[in-house]
Design a binder for this molecule. Structure first.
Ligand SMILES: Cc1cc2nc3c(=O)[nH]c(=O)nc-3n(C[C@H](O)[C@H](O)[C@H](O)COP(=O)(O)O)c2cc1C
Length: 200
């Protein structure tokens, strides 16, 4: 049986140049059996189309907080409750700041606040953005809250510089998701805590 059969992964995709890699992530999650539900920010749609992610995830893509829900329950609550795990890959500096500060202006930020599922975040950005004290502080806040950070890799960045900030390899992201959902760990020796509501 595929290892993620019966599991729902909500895949958040944000406005990074690495957005195209979400296609590979969605495809691999589906191959592993996960019910894959993509939530895109508006800026993510500038980098990869909802149609691509809808086709690869085999599910409708959500993005509009104000879209009439299919059932009575608001979409952000339905997705938050359905999730066995929330993975955001790639995660921008902006979305990390929203999460760290509890801002909820769109569907993905509302899902983040409303879910009790473990959260895995895979940042991707220019190395100066990553090293900025604001981003570092936001990452520390999120780590302290129990969110797992899939550390970005070093290499040549889209902006032409070399440094830290590349999205972690897709295989590593998939391994962390699989570990979190099948063994309760994330492949880095720790488990993903699911703190009670109010403790996050
Ligand atoms: C060409 C281009 C590439 C970008 N790549 C990144 C990126 O890799 N990481 C990042 O944090 N922001 C990146 N940005 C900036 C974000 O798109 C911007 O902060 C946006 O508001 C993020 O919105 P979101 O987090 O709601 O998706 C990029 C912007 C442009 C124009």
């Amino acid at each position: 049986m595929p290892p993620l059969k019966g599991k729902t992964v909500v895949l958040g995709v944000t406005g990074s140049i690495a957005g195209f890699k979400a296609a590979d992530i969605a495809s691999q999650l589906v191959k592993l059996g996960a019910d894959t539900r993509v939530v895109m920010t508006r800026e993510a749609e500038r980098f990869i189309t909802p149609l691509t992610l809808q086709t690869l995830s085999r599910n409708p893509v959500a993005g509009d907080l104000w879209a009439p829900p299919a059932a009575w329950e608001p979409e952000h609550i339905a997705l938050a409750e359905r999730a066995d795990l929330l993975l955001v890959a790639p995660a921008t500096a902006h979305i990390l700041a929203c999460f760290a500060h509890g801002l909820a202006p769109d569907l993905l930020t509302c899902v983040y606040l409303a879910t009790r599922a473990p959260v895995l975040l895979a940042p991707a950005m220019n190395s100066a953005m990553l090293e900025h004290p604001a981003t570092r502080a936001n990452l520390e806040t999120l780590r302290a809250r129990g969110n797992e950070i899939i550390e970005p890799a070093s290499g040549v960045l889209a902006c032409g510089t070399t440094g830290n900030g590349r999205l972690a390899p897709v295989d590593e992201i998939i391994a962390r998701v699989t570990a979190a959902l099948t063994t309760g760990g994330t492949g880095t020796g720790g488990s993903v805590p699911t703190p009670p509501r109010g403790a996050r």
